[in-house]
Design a protein around this ligand. Structure first.
Ligand code: 5GP
Length: 164
């Protein structure tokens, strides 16, 4: 068995479409999609098109510092979404993976005070996640290589552009 789960761009295309199919079939019609940056941005964008939802919001949460290395707790980074934008809405929270589930729990609890309903959609869910998402494309207990974060950043380093 491969050590890592690989989500290529091509596979993400069908994964996000299938995830959207689950949501549509369930009859849930979110007023807005709240993505968890950065990985959740890709998922939210794809779901936004597939479900015809144009109202997309972002929350920045920092937790992981490397492969299976994390801070003690996930932290929300500013800007935090305006509660007024969320009030009374049916919200779909979108992220790439629920691993420990701590990130999704933080965001879901943040929403719970304001919104009329909140559900979570992820591409992957790991078995130990403390949040059980309503919509999951695939389950795994392996580390996942996502197409958007697998390669090192293309940044200027001592005057050179790396790995363009
Ligand atoms: P959690 O709070 O559920 O432990 O982790 C949520 C975030 O951690 C994800 O949105 C993702 O950014 C990062 N993360 C957790 N597990 C993995 C993984 O298997 N692969 C990658 N690339 N990132 C992960």
């Amino acid at each position: 068995m491969a050590e890592r789960e690989e989500l290529t761009w091509e596979l993400f295309g069908s994964a996000s479409r299938e995830l959207a199919g689950q949501i549509a079939e369930s009859g849930y019609e979110p007023d807005l999609i709240l993505s968890i940056a950065r990985g959740g941005l890709f998922v939210a964008g794809a779901l936004g098109y597939a479900l015809d939802v144009k109202n997309l919001h972002v929350m920045n949460v920092e937790f992981y510092t490397g492969v299976d290395e994390r801070l003690d707790l996930p932290v929300m980074l500013p800007p935090v979404p305006n509660a007024v934008d969320l009030t009374g809405a049916k919200v779909l929270v979108a992220d790439d993976v629920a691993d420990t589930g701590a990130t999704l729990k933080l965001v879901r609890d943040f929403c719970a005070d304001h919104v009329s309903e909140v559900r979570c959609a992820v591409v992957y869910e790991k078995p130990h996640s403390e949040v059980k998402c309503e919509y999951v494309w695939r389950r795994t207990d392996r580390w996942i290589n996502f197409a958007w974060s697998k390669l090192p950043p293309v940044v200027r380093h001592e005057g050179q552009v790396l790995d363009a």
